[in-house]
Design a protein around this ligand. Structure first.
Ligand SMILES: Nc1ncnc2c1ncn2[C@@H]1O[C@H](COP(=O)(O)OP(=O)(O)O)[C@@H](O)[C@H]1O
Ligand SMILES: CCCC(=O)OP(=O)(O)O
Length: 360
């Protein structure tokens, strides 16, 4: 089986080609704040990101022949995890999506490219709207605004399974499954999600996209509600501009003008005190969320797993560990397993080992 996996993130477009489980190509194309600022809306990046995929295949001599194309995303209705074939209901919901994020392009690009190849099918797997929240976690102080979750479901789950497989490899007589463990998993990417996993179920996770949890390279995270309402009525910003202050031009991008962590660390090393305070504040907020997740699990935490692009950074990881390692052992998985997870999920579905769910 030849599978093309496409993962449009807020700061990157990641592409991989697999022949069964063997990667033939893995590319991570990074996007600067400046480059993406030319597109008024995320949906306007469709042709740009699609062409990047086609160019990457051409540059690497990969023939355009696939059994399936799988995209990460998009922000659909809340659904159970698993593999879904792209269908009209999905494309329609994405066309009218209430929330904007690059992952919405995942299923659109997969569908458009698959349509060029007879017999090729388009899928998504474990999109960011996978919802397993405990009922108690949904309640807020306003019945008008229950909590929802938008998170790195695909990668958090893939990393959890990888950690369980490592435990099993270390003691083959005592196999361990994700479903046996209580885990706190932080995906540290353009957005940051902190998931509380109770025996294979993500019972509490922040809405990493628009307005909850730690701030991130390009998200505001939780904001003070009163000043937010005042800002909405201040006539300083249109609605779409304000939304960008929550997701897009927020977090590190708003404070420091960049989402590039290595560049920020270079400035800190050169004496930039503002950059130091802001980056340390982001780390502080992630650590507070980990503490809250430990309380959700009554302190029974088998491990804390740190993943995402920022997990490459010793600066960030050492400071985070300093604050949270008293809670449980900390393991670091820099980058993400999203492309492989997309391909493995679809391979399982094509082989009949995993159900292909229908989005309604
Ligand atoms: N080697 C690295 N060291 C530190 N930070 C990194 C490194 N590589 C990527 N990052 C940071 O990771 C973030 C992007 O993470 P990633 O998981 O790729 O997110 P996304 O899927 O949102 O594009 C960016 O802020 C980027 O600067
Ligand atoms: C769709 C929510 C997950 C998220 O924030 O992804 P990125 O980090 O890729 O922006």
């Amino acid at each position: 089986m030849k599978i093309l996996a496409i993962n449009p993130g807020s700061t990157s477009t990641k592409i991989a080609v697999y022949e069964d489980t063997t990667p033939l190509l893995v590319r991570n194309i990074r996007h600067s704040v400046e480059e993406l600022s030319h597109f008024p809306r995320v949906i306007d990046q469709f042709e740009f990101r699609k062409n990047l995929v086609i160019e990457a295949l051409k540059e690497n001599g990969i023939p355009f022949e696939f059994d399936a194309i799988v995209g990460r995303g998009g922000l659909l209705k809340p659904i159970p995890g698993g593999v879904y074939e792209v269908n009209d209901a999905m494309l329609d919901d994405i066309a009218h999506a209430m929330r904007s994020h690059a992952c919405n392009l995942g299923c659109l690009i997969a569908a458009e490219l698959a349509a060029l190849l007879p017999g090729c099918r388009a899928f998504i797997a474990d999109p960011g709207v996978v919802d397993e929240l405990d009922e108690i976690a949904r309640i807020t102080g306003s019945p008008l605004m229950p909590r929802i979750t938008i998170w790195h479901a695909l990668n958090q789950r893939a990393i959890a399974r990888r950690y369980a497989a490592e435990l099993t490899a270390a003691s083959p007589d005592h196999p361990v499954h994700y479903e046996d463990l209580n885990l706190i998993i932080c995906h540290l990417g353009g957005g940051i999600s902190v998931g509380t996993h109770n025996h294979g179920c993500a019972i509490d996770v922040n809405n990493a996209l628009d307005g909850e949890g730690p701030f991130s390279p390009e998200r505001a995270g939780t904001l003070p509600a009163g000043p937010l309402i005042d800002l909405c009525y201040s006539h300083r910003f249109r609605k779409d501009e304000l939304k960008k202050r929550i997701s897009g031009h927020a977090g590190l991008a708003a404070h420091l003008g960049t989402t590039d962590i290595p560049a920020i660390i270079k400035s800190i090393e050169a004496g930039d005190k503002k950059a130091e305070l802001v980056l340390n504040a982001m780390i502080y907020q992630v650590a507070k969320s980990v503490g809250a997740a430990a309380v959700v699990l009554y302190g029974k935490v088998d491990a804390i797993l740190l993943t995402g692009g920022i997990a490459h950074s010793d600066y960030v990881i050492s400071r985070l560990k300093e604050r949270v390692s008293f809670l449980a052992p900390v393991h670091v998985y820099p980058g993400e397993d999203e492309l492989e997870a997309l391909a493995v999920n679809v391979l399982g579905a094509l082989r009949g080992e995993l159900p292909i769910q229908v989005y309604k």
